[in-house]
Ligand binder design. Structure first.
Ligand code: NCD
Ligand code: ZN
Length: 344
């Protein structure tokens, strides 16, 4: 018989862009409705590089999201990353991790790291104090084909990081390839990965289905079908090294539907229903709770959430657009019907 409802421990989102100002106010409630905590990406303009900026941003998020949602802040690493500032913010409980964006890899990463060697003092300190490193795992070398940038990052950067900092916990964010799934599954226990809903649902044909589809464009870009299948297998495998991270990355409609559209998919409104659809298709509903609510917290060394949420097997129609101040956002699955609905 078909499962009619699923009650799980309250989940967390281990990779989220909430932006700031009006956009923050528009999007934060969607995440707060589903998740108890979220790792907040620091790629604002200017980026969040100081503990005081992170502290102030956290207050704005709390105000926008309301009670019951805890933003877990991150530091944006630059070539000038200061080990003392990292340690201070970590010890004061302001941030839990630092994010490595290779310079110009993605949205608002112009201040990112140009050469990993420059991060040695910062990474040594993080390793010593137990602060996690989150990586956007793509090389930025324009000679490398965009569909190969994640796999090349494993060889050129990640392998060396794991070797040089064997005690540093690293999250390989939003993995998209069979290469990454295998590397993480077989890698040391210091390594884990987040997986987004879009990389479970879409392959690269989605970018060109009947015409160019800006709302299917994110970074790392969606890949071939064999990669999507490998990432799905990793997500439902039950391995504690894989956990939920939506990478919900809202951009106003007019900045997506344009001659040079922004990278990022706004999946926050129905993230859990989207993931759950995949777990059902893969006959792995019994593994969903661990992926959504346990593996991430354990890897971060944080307590599991109290309380539960319930999803029912009944259709959810996703809106074509949602309001964001004077403009709109087009959510992931816009206009589609998902088989599950979060009820409480
Ligand atoms: C993110 C954004 O818009 O901030 N975009 C994206 O396509 N995922 C940045 C990122 O996580 O790469
Ligand atoms: Zn992201």
């Amino acid at each position: 018989m078909q499962t009619q409802s699923l009650t799980i421990r309250r989940p967390d989102d281990w990779h989220l862009h909430l932006r700031d100002g009006d956009l923050l106010s528009a999007v934060a409630p969607y995440s707060a409705r589903q998740f108890a905590r979220a790792i907040i990406m620091p790629n604002l303009l200017p980026p969040v590089t100081t503990a005081s900026a992170a502290d102030a941003y956290r207050s704005r998020i709390r105000a926008a999201a309301g009670e019951g949602f805890e933003p877990l802040m991150t530091c944006y690493l630059t070539d000038q990353a200061d080990p003392d500032e990292l340690e201070r913010g970590f010890r004061e409980g302001i941030w839990v991790a630092a994010k490595l964006y290779p310079a110009n890899a993605t949205t608002n990463s112009a201040h990112g790291v140009t050469d990993i060697a420059r991060l040695r003092p910062a990474l040594e300190r993080m390793q010593r104090i137990g602060m996690l490193l989150l990586v956007h795992g793509e090389v930025t070398d324009p000679e490398i084909d965009i569909f190969d940038r994640e796999a090349v990052f494993i060889d050129r950067v990640l392998t060396g990081l794991l070797r040089d900092y064997p005690e540093l916990k690293i999250v390989f964010e939003h993995i998209t390839t069979a290469d990454a799934a295998k590397f993480v599954a077989e890698g040391p226990s210091q390594l884990a990965a987040t997986i987004t809903p879009q990389h479970l649902h879409l392959n690269r044909n989605a970018l060109f289905a009947g015409g160019i589809r800006p709302h299917a464009y994110c970074l790392p870009v969606v890949k071939r079908e064999k990669h999507r299948l490998a990432v799905r297998a990793a997500a439902v495998s039950g391995s504690p090294k894989f956990f939920l991270g939506t990478d919900s990355a809202p951009h106003l409609r007019e900045t997506k539907e344009t001659g040079c559209g922004c990278a990022g998919i706004f999946n926050a409104p129905h993230a859990l229903e989207s993931y759950l659809t995949v777990f059902e298709e893969e006959r792995a509903l019994d593994r969903f709770e661990a992926f959504a609510s346990e593996h991430g917290a354990r890897f971060y060394g944080l307590p599991l959430n109290e309380g539960t949420i319930t999803l029912e097997h009944s259709p959810t129609t996703v809106a074509e657009a949602v309001d964001a101040g004077a403009s709109t956002l087009v959510p992931f699955h816009a206009g589609e019907t998902l088989a599950w609905r979060m009820t409480s």
